[in-house]
Design a protein around this ligand. Structure first.
Ligand SMILES: Cc1cc2nc3c(=O)[nH]c(=O)nc-3n(C[C@H](O)[C@H](O)[C@H](O)COP(=O)(O)OP(=O)(O)OC[C@H]3O[C@@H](n4cnc5c(N)ncnc54)[C@H](O)[C@@H]3O)c2cc1C
Length: 291
């Protein structure tokens, strides 16, 4: 199938793009790498009047460290992260996530911003960056705002973008030194979207953990009381203390009614916890080293 007719423009700066978005009549779609938008246009799942190609805007490719936060422009590609062309404050955790997304041609064009706005529940960045505690920076002609990623992703293929608003950057806090990180993606073939994702960020020294279960039919689930999944205490022995039954109960209470799905997700989460325990704790660069 071919797309329905649409007008196409490629603004060269962010102010011009935002102004155009504010004044355009009819439906507008932004195009980043086109990896999801292209198929959606071809299948006529979307029929915008105007496509605004954002790839000519240098500001959206910017990657920088601000204090203890990594700021990646919306157009940073998965391959940029995989290849280390942008700075890192996660001790290589993001590069490993990027390398497992799809195939190299998709990673060359697919962007971090497009992935988050598309919000496929099985997408890697949606779950991984929620576990890393990322924020998104949104802009429109009337200003900018920041939102925690878990508040931005409101459901499957659904995000909290207002009309005329776009994602300009993703802000990822540094992983504190000594943090254990595990990310496991279960899929039947390498390069495919996941059937289950477990992402864990565990700080045994601070007795804190962030556990996220992704590739479910809605926004990823963040375990609010992570301690409950470790017998009430998070310490250096967290892997031995991981309680699969408590994880299963958490998923049941969250509305996952299919026992097979629960089993798969708990198994993947347990593997992520085991991976976190076996990998050396992160020794992220200090800000001065990275700057
Ligand atoms: C064969 C294949 C396999 C894939 N496998 C995986 C996988 O295993 N894991 C995974 O995570 N992903 C996977 N993907 C998705 C891919 O990684 C891309 O990240 C995703 O398709 C988004 O593509 P894009 O960046 O080119 O955005 P586009 O396709 O250009 O845009 C996607 C959507 O986001 C909107 N948009 C884009 N940028 C912005 C912005 N800055 N602000 C506001 N709206 C914006 C567009 O209007 C559109 O609605 C796969 C894709 C393909 C084609």
């Amino acid at each position: 199938m071919k797309p329905a007719r649409f007008a196409y423009e490629r603004p060269g700066d962010l102010a011009g793009l935002l102004a155009r978005m504010a004044t355009a009549e009819g439906s507008v779609k932004l195009m980043a790498g086109g990896q999801s938008l292209g198929p959606m246009l071809n299948l006529r799942l979307v029929e915008p009047d105007l496509v605004l190609d954002i790839t000519g805007i240098p500001e959206l490719r910017r990657a920088a460290i601000e204090g203890d936060t990594l700021v990646l422009g919306a157009l940073v590609t998965h391959a940029d992260i995989e290849d280390g062309r942008v700075p890192d404050l996660t001790g290589g955790a993001m590069a490993r996530v990027a390398a497992a997304i799809a195939y190299r041609p998709v990673r060359n064009r697919g962007t971090i911003g497009g992935s988050l706005v598309h919000a496929d529940p099985a997408a890697d960045w949606v779950t991984a960056l929620i576990a890393l505690g990322a924020e998104v920076e949104l802009a429109s002609a009337s200003g900018r705002r920041r939102l925690a990623l878990e508040a931005f992703v409101t459901g499957a293929l659904d995000v909290a973008l207002a009309p005329g608003e776009m994602l300009v950057a993703v802000r990822i806090p540094a992983l504190p030194s000594g943090t254990a990180w595990g990310y496991v993606k279960h899929c039947s073939k390498i390069g495919e979207f996941a059937h289950a994702i477990g992402a864990v960020r565990i700080e045994p020294g601070a007795a804190r953990a962030r556990l996220v279960i992704g590739a479910i039919e809605r926004a990823p689930l963040v375990v609010a009381e992570a301690r409950d999944l470790f017998g009430g205490r998070i310490g250096p022995d967290f892997a031995e203390r991981f309680d699969a039954r408590a994880a299963e109960a958490f998923l049941r209470d969250a509305g996952m009614s299919d026992p097979v799905a629960r089993h798969v997700h708990v198994t993947v989460l347990a593997r992520a916890v085991a991976q976190a325990a076996s990998a050396p704790p992160s020794r992220t660069r200090t800000v001065s080293e990275a700057a």
